[in-house]
Design a protein around this ligand. Sequence first.
Ligand code: PHB
Length: 391
Amino acid sequence: MSSRIRLLGALSALLLGSVAAHADTIKVGVIGPMSGPYSLYGQNFQWGVQAYAQVNGKTADGHDVEFVFRDLPGVDPAKARALAQELVVRDGVQYLAGAYFTPNALAIAPLLQQGKVPFVVLNAATSSIVEQSPYILRTSFTMWQNTVPAAKVAIENGSKKAITIVSDYGPGVDAEAGFKKTYEEGGGELVETLRVPLSTTDFNPLVQRIKQSGADTVFAFFPAGAPTLGFMKSYIGNGLKEDGIKLISTGDLLTEPDLPALGDVAIGTQSTYHYSASHDSPENKAFMEALKAVGADPSKVTMAAVAAFDGAKLIYEMIDATDGEQDPQKAVDAVKGMSWESPRGPVTIDPDTRHITQNVYLREVAKEGDTYMNKEIRTFEAQPDWGLEGK
Ligand code: PHB
């Protein structure tokens, strides 16, 4: 072989090598409830991620992006940890995303530093989660972020005495604290604070207690799913509204897929939240189209889908910024302070907290034709995570 041919061979090998480096696959592990009572929300994670790939393609900066989904049906920190470990060590994922429940997100956090893996939280809403690792970003919401506006609305509606009822774990405790602080600062009196086990399904006795509390308003939080539907049915069935006890909550209690089961009696119920499937914007219309294109049922779209859509955006940006290399600090730094127009409205990744700053909307349950929706009637602009403010 002439030296010239050898040189050509070496050159083409080099070229092929660099092509191969760009055609590599970057894996992203997504952990969420794909089965069981909360599976709708895991399904929404999947729809959101797929919708992002539908619009933006399956490559980021020339790298193939592969999302690997793992099922974690409920609150199970040990399993969360095991799944995350397995994804990082065995499957070689370069990014983690997901976590519907706070305790699961907290269990994953200690693995990130050593695994060199950024983690985009797609739901878990306790403020302190982002403080557990510099590699955590969050595209969902926090209880403080949505609850502070809820308490302001209660005060503005003329409420003088309120009672709170929350699930007794991280986000419930945050919601109670956020409501208490804002409501009391507004001159309201909190007459009672109830905390119930996460497993509570029969809310009738509790609703009776709320009735007897002397409060004119109840603020409630449970994780979206069976508990929220159970509470709403008890609230409606026991006639609290007719008795003059108003409900104010975050949107977790009124996700769109549950509205048909509540029926016309829920019309007019107010809540505060960062996303409604009916949000009126070109970005949300395009998002809904992308969701339909990947087979999503539009009547089952929730906050978990938009968190996953925006979470996938962050991951693509991080892959781009690091040219596919495993450099978690560089990746996270690249998206700090990033702003864009999400299907929910304008958003920014707060460079200090790595949590998403976003509008929170006051909504009212409405019915247009046969469709129930959370109609947005007012905007609290650019809300930070009030739970981390001043920290
Ligand atoms: C949580 O565990 O952080 C959580 C779960 C469901 C929600 C809100 C918060 O709707």
